[in-house]
Design a protein around this ligand. Sequence first.
Ligand code: SF4
Ligand code: SF4
Length: 261
Amino acid sequence: MPQNDGMASIVPERLGTDSRFKFKCHKGVKCFTKCCRGINIILTPYDIVRMKNRLGLSSEEFLALYTTPQLLEKTDLPVITLKLLDDDLSSCPFVRDDGCIIYQDRPTTCRYYPLGVASLSHKEGVDEDGFYFFVNEPHCLGFEEDNKWTVKEWRKDQGVDIHDEINADWTDLVVRKRSFPPNIKLNEESKKMFFLASYNIDKFREFVFNSSFLKRYDIDEDTLARIKEDELELLVFGIKWLKWLFFKQGDFKLKAQNKRF
Ligand code: SF4
Ligand code: SF4
């Protein structure tokens, strides 16, 4: 099955894409769906788009119904976690006795499980990017099964590649921000823009097309057509814009009348 506790304790074994492990998750394991309760799952921008579309909700509705915003001191960036049910087991709202009801659109961390990803973990001791680790929860019996994987094979099997590809700029932004000295804080407006472009794609679309955004930025016709038509193009565009705002990286151009010399 799925998921991962982004906050679980980390065994300091660093895995690369060719590292090997034995694991299998199936409905016959005694622990089936235990990993979907009492968890803390950080959602990425692409996770939110997939899940809200699966549920037929706007991003605003999805955020209100299924998520909890948090401000992690370590990154000084707002993150979004899946809101658990108020039941005895603190279950994920999408878990049932026979598994995950949104399995095809489950979040990135659920796909990686039982692996964690350093760049998404937001934890002390995992400042470096580019490695994986075992989440290592004692209730997970999947390691007793015989299927052999490399990390690369597991990622392919779980359909993680497309998530990582679309989230790549966002992950890079979060990792880079995490390495800033703690005394460098973002102002409230920057945090608001990060939240909007990262997590609330429908409101971000309104912001781009119904505010003064297009009067301020010189966006070519081709890009405009693509981001108008295609939600994922808009998501990728929004994250690139954030990187320009935060790090002045990329080729966004202010229109002449907005430049201050
Ligand atoms: S989204 Fe699905 S896989 Fe992830 S924790 Fe919830 S039920 Fe489990
Ligand atoms: S084997 Fe691990 S991943 Fe699979 S259901 Fe059990 S706890 Fe979850």
